[in-house]
Design a protein around this ligand. Structure first.
Ligand code: OSB
Ligand code: MG
Length: 373
């Protein structure tokens, strides 16, 4: 297809409750919404870069710059045949995986609408509902954490992830384990430890956790190898895996036993698919991570998580866990068995509420592709 124009929206959405991780506390979440028109159809994508470079170096502003000044002009006037072709055309842009992934998502949505196929079908997903859990931020105390976790269990979530950081780790995880002995529980450190300080995490190995997510720095692949050798609990990498090549090398060097896949972090759904295939061939479990997505990105995550290798519950919670007002007409809700139903309408299977978008838009630009050519 040939793209006629692309509109970028920088959104800032208030979170229902503050979300605290080892890299900071957020009361709102930024992202870019991409609206791509071509062939008389419109596709949407979500770029998950946030306001601050806390989780990764990308921010909504760097993604805006790279999309507007480099990636989108590279596509002007060109016939784009699919995700593989798209990746080739933007391969001159080093890094900036979230910016790439946002644009690729919009092309998948367009392609699905053109073929009358859901994203799930296009990707080869096999499940019509996927197992999900909830990611709980750092709370003011272990007691407060128990209250919040208990609330989510009442809502029906059967898998919980708690965020940890130095000094707020073992006591928190032990308290949750004691209160909920049978709970499927995991922790996420978001790179807050070194091989030395991670020695404090030793007691976590006795709590029957599903996994310990990203304890060490993003560029510390080799030290994760040493840490994994000391733990029975699987180490799962998130921030460290930015491409299928990283995934292969992490497994080769036994730096982890599980991989968290986020299409944004790895440069697009096509790259997420490659990592899924690689892990599946080796019997390595994967699960779908989350970036507090709006209904647009959430729909994509559900389609991705419907692939057969996603054998652990995803960080894909109900829309109401994140936002009072989402930007899609569809709201995702939790089924009683801790699953969420995968959309089956063409493309992402969601429609965007223009009024709701307007209310949370900080800035907006339309790039006319014919003029750029
Ligand atoms: O590390 O998985 C993470 C949110 C923002 C940035 C990084 C992470 C997270 C989450 C939330 O854990 C997952 C969700 O979307 O529910
Ligand atoms: Mg994580």
């Amino acid at each position: 297809m040939i793209i006629d124009n692309v509109t970028l929206y920088h959104l800032r959405m208030p979170l229902r409750t503050p979300f605290e991780t080892s890299f900071g506390r957020a009361l709102e979440r930024d992202c870019l919404l991409l609206e791509v028109s071509g062939d008389g159809l419109t596709g949407y994508g979500e770029c998950v870069a946030d306001r601050d470079p806390g989780y990764s170096y990308e921010t909504a502003d760097t993604a805006w710059h790279v999309l507007q000044d480099f990636m989108i002009p590279a596509l002007a006037g060109q016939e784009i045949s699919g995700a593989e072709d798209f990746q080739r055309r933007v391969s001159h842009v080093r890094g900036h995986p979230m910016a790439k992934a946002g644009l690729e998502m919009a092309l998948w949505d367009l392609e699905g609408k053109r073929q009358g196929c859901s994203l799930r079908q296009l990707l080869g997903g096999i499940k019509d509902r996927v197992e999900v859990g909830v990611s709980v931020g750092i709370q003011s105390s272990p007691e407060a954490l128990l209250g919040v976790v208990g609330g989510y269990l009442e809502q029906g979530y059967q898998r919980v992830k708690i965020k940890i950081k130095p000094g707020r780790d073992v006591a928190e995880a032990q308290a949750v384990r004691r209160a909920f002995p049978g709970l499927r529980l995991q922790v996420d450190a978001n790179s807050a430890y070194t091989l030395e300080t991670a020695a404090a995490l030793r007691p976590l190995d006795n709590l029957s956790l599903l996994l310990i997510e990203q304890p060490l720095a993003e560029d510390d692949l080799w030290d994760h190898h040493f840490l994994q050798a000391e733990f029975v609990t699987p180490i799962c990498l998130d921030e460290s895996i930015l491409s299928p090549r990283h995934a292969r090398q992490a497994l080769e060097m036994q730096a982890c036993r599980v991989i968290n896949i986020k299409a944004g972090r790895v440069g697009g759904l096509s790259q997420a698919l490659s990592i899924h295939d690689l892990c599946r061939a080796q019997g390595v479990p994967v699960w779908c991570g989350g970036m507090l997505e709006t209904g647009v990105g959430r729909a994509a995550n559900l389609a991705l998580a419907s692939l057969p290798g996603f054998t652990l519950p995803g960080d894909i919670s109900a829309s109401e866990r994140y936002y009072v007002e989402d930007i899609t007409h569809q709201r995702f809700t939790l089924n009683p068995d801790s699953t969420i139903t995968v959309p089956d309408a063409p493309g992402l299977g969601v429609t965007v509420d223009a009024k709701a978008v307007e209310r949370v838009t900080l800035k907006k630009v339309t790039l006319d592709m014919q003029r750029e050519a």
